[in-house]
Design a protein around this ligand. Structure first.
Ligand code: NIG
Ligand code: FE
Length: 421
């Protein structure tokens, strides 16, 4: 049995005895122990406290590590990503700079359909290898739990290929991973005029295999004007729910799509994006158990108005923040940047952003018993920082890498190999 004791921790961040999904003013309450110690046994958080109270050192200890004033946080819980994709789309980035909108790029065959074409041509092994590198990159940036979606397949074969890649990532990686089936990400060209045909394909051909092979934990639909209507979203989600897949929905990104109300009606685990919200959508979300997941780097990259985080929090919604790592609208999975951008652009307090990226993110993946806080019995998935004068320094000094080491299940992970993308 390996027991490690870490001493002289400057700030031990998000120490909680009990789990709670945070909403309203509770989101700004970030429990911190200043000058702390932490004990880990077999990769699990065992005990922690203030240095003054560290009286007896157990003789069973395998190692005592003086952190010399590092701060320790629970790893980021990134509850919305699309990291399985074949290749980047920097040509669309240039189109966007020249003035084309996200919807215009999608309409001319770019966007999701462009990614689907590229993914179709790639083997499962190749896809796994590049997704593995992205997983390695984000874990070095402090992510310890992550949700990954399909949705660049859009055919029975390719959607299953993506989900099998995610399943393999789950098996091989020490990160906590959840898998979401997003077959309803866009209508493939051959079904443009035959929505019912594609929905039937999802319900009759994809879902039964996904359920049989246990390929997904959740079901997602891109509920958006020009993509899937609220009615279509409900039909697809209900079919997924009949196999035990809870909905996590792309809602209200580009328009008042009705996605939030649909998600609330279906008791979705989360509704994600929320750039375009009106009072009715805010009220519906605030009165529900559904989490609102905000993706500020996607709004930034698409030059869209940011989600109204302040209004949502003040109305009592439970808010998480995530990266949306994908080749079209957020080619970054850096949660440190997501936290900083939430503070700068959405006026979230640093405490709110850190809670939204840890404990509430864990809830948005139903991983609150394993991740998201410094709690006895949770996994030792931890960020060890360089010296920081205050916790607020983390989002303040955006762009600086303040992470010294990342620990997953009690082991420090090796840095990413150099020279590879
Ligand atoms: O979450 N909004 C829909 N899906 C992704 C983007 C997909 C893409 O452009 O490849 C998102 O932003
Ligand atoms: Fe997304």
């Amino acid at each position: 049995m390996a027991i490690q004791l870490f001493t002289n921790i400057k700030f031990l961040v998000n120490t909680r005895e009990k789990n709670q999904l945070l909403r309203g003013t509770a989101l700004a309450e970030l429990p911190v122990i200043e000058n702390a110690w932490l004990e880990i046994e077999d990769g699990v958080i065992e005990r922690y406290g203030h240095m003054d109270e560290l009286k007896s050192v157990s003789h069973r200890l395998s190692s005592i590590i003086d952190t010399k004033g590092a701060s320790v946080l629970p790893c980021w819980c990134d509850s919305h990503t699309h990291i399985v994709y074949a290749s980047s789309r920097e040509e669309e980035f240039v189109d966007k700079i020249k003035g084309l909108s996200y919807a215009e790029i999608a309409a001319k065959g770019g966007g999701i359909l462009n990614s689907a074409k590229k993914l179709d041509a790639m083997s499962e092994d190749e896809l796994f290898n590049i997704a593995w590198k992205r997983l390695d990159e984000v874990s070095n940036q402090g992510t310890g739990a992550i949700e990954i979606k399909s949705g660049y397949g859009l055919s029975v074969e390719s959607e299953l290929k993506m989900l099998r890649v995610i399943k393999k990532l789950k098996e091989k990686s020490s990160l906590l991973i959840k898998s979401t089936f997003l077959g309803a990400h866009a209508y493939p060209p051959e079904y443009k005029e035959n929505h019912r045909g594609y929905i039937d394909l999802i319900i009759k051909e994809m879902l039964p295999v996904i359920a049989k092979e246990k390929l997904a934990d959740y079901i997602d639909v891109f509920c958006e004007t020009g993509f899937f209507s609220p009615e279509e979203t409900e039909t697809i989600c209900r079919a997924g729910m009949s196999y035990g897949l809870k909905p996590k929905i792309h809602a209200n990104q580009l328009n008042l799509s009705g996605g939030v109300e649909t998600g609330v009606k279906l008791e979705a685990l989360s509704v994600d994006h929320l750039e375009t919200m009106d009072d009715a959508a805010i009220k519906a979300l605030a009165g529900s158990g559904t989490i609102g997941t905000l993706l500020p780097t996607a709004a930034f990259f698409l030059r869209m108005p940011f989600p109204p985080a302040r209004k949502l929090i003040d109305a009592g919604c439970a808010i998480a923040i995530a990266s949306d790592f994908n080749p079209g609208s957020s080619p970054s999975g850096n949660m440190n940047l997501v936290v900083a951008m939430s503070c700068v652009q959405m006026k979230m307090l640093p405490e709110e952003a850190i809670n939204a990226a840890t404990i509430n993110g864990a809830y948005a993946m139903e991983l609150q018993n394993e991740a998201g806080s410094i709690t006895v019995g949770k996994k030792a998935n931890l960020i060890f920082t360089k010296h920081i004068p205050a916790i607020t320094y983390l989002p303040y000094s955006f762009g600086s890498n303040l992470i010294d080491k990342v620990m997953i299940n009690g082991d420090f992970i090796p840095p990413s190999p150099k020279g590879e993308i």
